[in-house]
Design a protein around this ligand. Structure first.
Ligand code: NAP
Length: 253
């Protein structure tokens, strides 16, 4: 039997209980990584932990609001206590609930979107790096919105600006922590048929949008999970500071 590629590694996945995060968690667990799943709702976390166990993998749940610095501190201390060190950190927490016209965006809304999509990445990376093993892997979840407004549908400005910040952050971190062999990269999905996004855009909206990409492909969570999987494999040790678009060709840059 061939050895699993991530056997013995500890992977921390924020936003791992639903959508793209759940798909990433299942993929990494399948390759033998022990998964530390972070999200707010304990029931959905436990559901994915059970799913992974039923498939023969191993996982544990850490309920946390990634918008709270205190809660993140507590959680990463607990992870250190229970696992000693981390090999892989995937930060998927992010998103938005509705598109608000520019003139109506309040300062609080701007702050909340940044807290969820960018500050949470900064804070949790600061906490994971001291317990990350050399040659570790960090992957952020960006967005097609991070390279500019979506040419085919409405985009949400604060979200796009925050996601663009992630793309720059990976370059700085890749340079600063390269001496430890740690790679830092970003995966930027196009509109993907997760429950949250179907609720915002509707089934038909998602199908219509897929007609505007060159592949006519409705993006699924597994599409982005495959890119994350590639970046954490031993074979990708030489790839750092990049952003991989997973958008069926909607935007090419
Ligand atoms: N789906 C798309 O079309 C799309 C496109 C481009 C980029 N993305 C990006 O991909 C990532 C995942 O998107 P998705 O559509 O898969 O999201 P999703 O289905 O809404 O899942 C979000 C995950 O994050 C957790 N979460 C949300 N807020 C949190 C918080 N404050 N603290 C801790 N956990 C939190 C959720 O669990 P709880 O609610 O229990 O906390 C859930 O596990 C996001 O960063 C999003 O911006 C998605």
């Amino acid at each position: 039997m061939t050895e699993k590629k991530l056997q013995g590694q500890v992977a921390v996945i924020t936003g791992g209980s639903q959508g793209i995060g759940r798909s990433v968690a299942l993929k990494l667990a399948h390759e033998g990584a022990h998964i530390c799943l972070l999200a707010r709702n304990e029931d959905t976390l436990n559901h994915v932990v059970a799913e992974i166990s039923n498939l023969g993998g191993s996982a544990c749940a850490y309920p946390v609001d990634a918008s709270s610095n205190e809660q993140l501190t507590f959680t990463f201390e607990k992870i250190k206590e229970e696992h000693k060190s981390v090999d892989i950190f995937i930060h998927l927490v992010g998103g938005f609930k509705k598109i608000i016209p520019f003139e109506e965006i309040t300062e609080q809304e701007w702050h909340d979107v940044f807290q969820l999509n960018l500050t949470s990445a900064f804070l949790s990376t600061q906490k994971v790096l001291p317990i990350m093993n050399d040659r570790g892997r960090i992957v952020y979840m960006g967005s097609i919105a991070g390279s500019g407004p979506n040419p085919y549908t409405k985009s949400y400005l604060p979200y796009g600006v925050a996601k663009a910040g992630l793309v720059v952050m990976v370059k700085h971190l890749a340079k600063e922590f390269g001496h430890r062999g740690i790679t830092v990269n970003c995966v930027s999905p196009g509109t993907t048929a997760t429950e949250r996004v179907v609720a915002i855009r509707g089934e038909q909206g998602i199908r219509d949008l897929a007609q505007s990409n060159p592949l006519k492909h409705i993006l699924q969570p597994e599409d982005s999970a495959a890119a994350v999987m590639f970046l954490v494999l031993p074979e990708a040790a030489g790839i750092t500071g990049i952003n991989i678009n997973v958008n069926a060709g909607s935007v090419m840059n």
